[in-house]
Unconditional design. Sequence first.
Length: 344
Amino acid sequence: MKNKLSSVLVVAVAATFLSTPSAHAAAVEDLGTLPGHQVSIASDINEFGTVAGVSMSADGRSSNAVRWDRFSPISKLDDLGFGSWAGAVNGSAMVVGYVADSANRSQAARWDDRNRLTVLSVPGAESSVAWDINDNRTVAGTATISGVEHAVVWDRDGVAFVIGVGRAMHVTSDDTVIGYSGNAPARWTSAGQGSLYVYDNAGAVLSGHNQAADAVGRVGSEGVLWPGRRRVSLGVDTLPRDISDNGYAVGTSGTQAVRWTVTEPPVAVTLAPSPSVAAQINNAGVVAGTVGSSAVTWNSAGVRTTLPALSGSTRSSVTGLAENGQVIGTAGFADGTYRAVVWR
């Protein structure tokens, strides 16, 4: 999805996708589960249609990181025999997340395009998680060392650099790392080896970012934009969830989906009546979210399209949006199970 992926637009295929961005996907595809599982979640999608996520048993006791390639069935990613989770995929179909070890501790993991596992070690850490990867193969994550959570960056060779107490949650295409320094939202340049900038006070919550490391989030009940080194308030009872590279943010005001201009003062446009959520926006101005119990998209003019429902499902939601308009999410069923889906 746009918030996690670095630039994958350097080849002709992706360039073709971006030349005709769609306002909505044409059809829903059930991504399925591994044998014996009843639940799956799509965590991230790249511009080539590769999806990373998790397949699980209904009771959650069995969980495996998986990848769905565009024209291939679900595939289980290698693990240590005790379960795994996947959260992000880059343009080369490399996936990151974690594997569980024999002591049921999470260990940061990276998988190549053939599903082969590399455990990303951190000297002295009891546990770790890899949250994001860019096309430079820089990985952002966290590690618990002596009981304290630390922000960690792994370089393309898997060498770990502990950059301080906190969490490294995202990494942009130019290796800017976004997360928390201590308990304050922050960013680091040069894969954590450069300067540190703190967005706001401790206790503020990050909820989205773009490739320029502009961010959105919340301070108490107040929604906030952090473009560059500025702080722009969206007012009480607002929650921005994503921000594009070209000046728009989306989220909720109260219980209604909203799009804001990233200006001072910001201009809000209500996209749908309550209950609705605008969850993702790409640089073509396509917004993905939910209205009621249905996944929807809005085009740049604000025209809404309800995404097709998976046969037999009772509800759907969005978990990611690619720059070329592909949308990932979940379809829920009356028995409480749900499966990963993609709208292309």
